[in-house]
Design a protein. Structure first.
Length: 222
């Protein structure tokens, strides 16, 4: 599980960020001041989300010290009148920034993009708001965890790892049901797949993740 440290003195925003990131499957560390942020560096988070304007100093100092300790990616939260501070932050190695206010879904996309670039998301499969975490066997849609059965999860991971390729029913039976596949009817695959679609597709009647390929099987994505 990846760890994200939040350093934000606005307690309501701090709580909202924590809930959203926890719901997306991340371990969250929280701080409210410059000194809290410096302390959190030594917890070795995979990413730090830092407010530039903190009550006891500038968040850029945390970025500087994080760079000295280890190359910890940093996403800054900034007000519109802090452009000069942002230039300083980029000089210190900041990875990205967001101007307040911002939608939580946008912040999640920035987090995922930074972790992909810096290697913190190497095990995750992410596509159009759907995130699959093989380490935890967990699935998230737009930051909300989706509860799947073991068979449903295995089927989704198999399809996602073969993105853009046709996965036949026989392949699904062999790899999801293993040795039991020889004794499972193909209709069982259809039933399980339809159940999976209802859980992960925004509109199961017009799927964006799992598509039928007539007479052949299924494909994930475009």
């Amino acid at each position: 599980m990846k760890t994200i440290a939040i350093v934000e003195d606005d307690r309501l925003l701090n709580e909202a960020l924590s809930r959203m990131l926890s719901g997306a499957g991340y371990r969250v560390l929280r701080g409210y001041t410059l000194q809290d942020g410096i302390r959190l560096i030594y917890e070795d988070p995979d990413l730090m989300i830092i407010d530039i304007g903190l009550p006891d100093g500038k968040g850029t100092e945390i970025c500087r010290r994080a760079g000295e300790y280890s190359r910890i990616p940093v996403l800054f939260l900034t007000a519109r009148d802090e452009e000069r501070d942002m230039l300083e932050a980029f000089d210190l190695g900041a990875d990205d920034y967001l101007v307040k206010p911002f939608p939580m879904t946008v912040l999640l996309k920035h987090v995922e993009a930074i972790l992909r670039r810096t290697g913190g998301e190497e095990n995750r499969i992410i596509y159009r708001g759907l995130a699959i975490d093989p380490d935890r066997k967990a699935v998230f849609c737009d930051g909300r965890e989706v509860r799947l059965t073991p068979r449903e999860y295995s089927m989704l991971e198999l399809l996602a790892r073969n993105k853009g390729k046709v996965v036949t029913k026989r392949m699904i039976l062999e790899q999801v049901w293993d040795a039991d596949g020889a004794f499972v009817e193909e209709n069982t695959v259809n039933v399980t797949l339809n159940r999976l679609k209802k859980k992960v597709e925004p509109d199961p009647a017009d799927p964006i993740y799992i598509r039928n390929v007539f007479g052949l099987g299924y494909t994930f994505g475009e």
